[in-house]
Design a protein around this ligand. Sequence first.
Ligand code: MN
Length: 382
Amino acid sequence: MKKRIAILGSTGSIGTQTLDVIEQNPAHFEVEVLTANNNARLLIEQTKKFNPNTIVIANENKYNELVDALNNFPVKIYAGSDAIAQIVEMDNIDIVLTAMVGYSGLLPTINAIKSGKTVALANKETLVVAGEMIQKLAFHHKASIYPVDSEHSAIFQCLVGEGKNKIEKIYLTASGGPFRGKNYDYLKKVTKKNALKHPNWDMGAKITIDSATLMNKGFEAIEARWLFGLNPNQIEVVVHPQSIIHSAVQFEDGSIKAQMGLPDMKLPILYALGFPERFKSNFPRFSFWDYPELTFEKPDMKNFKNLSLALAAMDKCGNMPCIVNAANEVAVEAFLNDKVGFCQMTDIIEQSMQKIDYVKHPDLEQLIKTDQETREFTQSLI
Ligand code: MN
């Protein structure tokens, strides 16, 4: 039986790599649903190649372009973000891979979980904003969440076969990004062009900036907390510039298991889609002889303050991670549009954390309100 896949965000970096993985494994997977935010041209191309049952574009202005181009094609076409949130409930889907950018992943992920679908989670912001709620919902609806994020895939792989053995702590590895070792004076002058060049990973623009500021690692700590049911003090960030060890788990006997490989998102994508099986791949293999040194260092939380802000939000919990996420999304977009500098992104996030009302046990409605209020406040600073 082939697994039927819905890809939310099929035209982005993870989406296109997921389609590559599916194309290389036609005996195991087929594409059932594709959704995109705005890129109608690529969505049309993907539809012709992968023959999905249904496609959705979030931007309603692009609907006619899809209908015209796919006139004689046996595909159902919808538009709007409500349609994306609803489409995940379709019976003919086995796995929903969530690869949209940022907060927009929240409602579709909630609906996928509520309809008992297996979620391959590539949208970490969903767990940053509403991790506690998502964890409870997944338990209640018996929905599995398999991580696509490489660090979390590593931890997930280390836990296979461990049954009820407890995790003592996890080591979340970080490359350190393109500005590792730089000081505040250097960071102040960093341009968009420098920041978009990641040393090891080829990713979308938003996550590449988050990696350069280390916000990404703070978000990943929050993501790990909810995925694996950890306390914040069980999570340690380790900078490992070669990105070969993708993360590690330490058990109560002191033994550490780590997962290794070349940095290539296709591996965690294939693992999440294939779980519990491992399928053969032709990805380039790691060679020990190419890496005589694997090195490790502590993260620089003084110059890369976004990491400490995100970890503080994890400790504080409630709606605080939601505030940080919304402020960060607005700040990163402003940075990408040359409206604020690299270090100003941190100031904007910090001010939002102080300004927006804290709620200890927010429900979904309160999280949506927090997100809106934070975005309005943050915009007013730019
Ligand atoms: Mn990651």
